[in-house]
Design a protein. Structure first.
Length: 145
């Protein structure tokens, strides 16, 4: 079940009849596989995942942390199908301490992967809307202290 928090009252009785009265800030459980038509969800809960391996598993969360100590090849799994946009944040510690090979389809601003901090934290953001065929990557912050 997903939990949806309403940011503002955009639902009417005709939009959601089985949920009753909802006010701004209310949380409701939506059964897996259910949909709410003609509605906009304006925020989601971030789930922090400390990566034990080198795979960004999107079924586990959308905020990932990883410490780089050597040459590393990163992969992404459980990417939603084409037509569903997905994004996540990768918080790397010592990202410049070894060469990182990024997953297939990675596109960076300016066409070149960033030079990351060898001793410190870098925050990176990624998104795809075509099932992971193409990924866009952005530096959100370098040497974050």
């Amino acid at each position: 079940m997903a939990v949806v928090k309403l940011v503002k009252s955009i639902y009417t009785d005709t939009d959601v009849t089985s949920l009753g009265e909802l006010a701004s800030g209310d949380s409701v459980a939506i059964p897996t596989g259910s949909t709410i038509s003609n509605s906009v969800i304006t925020g989601t809960k971030e789930t922090k995942v400390a990566m034990a391996a080198n795979d960004v598993d999107l079924s586990a969360g959308n905020y990932f942390t990883k410490t780089i100590t050597t040459t590393t090849t990163l992969t992404v799994s459980n990417v939603p199908s084409t037509g569903t946009a997905v994004s996540f944040i990768l918080d790397l510690t010592n990202g410049g301490a070894g060469t990182i090979t990024w997953w297939s389809g990675m596109k960076w601003v300016g066409g070149t992967a960033p030079t990351l901090t060898a001793s410190g934290r870098d925050a990176l953001g990624f998104f795809t809307h075509d099932g992971g065929t193409t990924w866009s990557g952005f530096v959100l912050g370098k040497d974050v202290k």
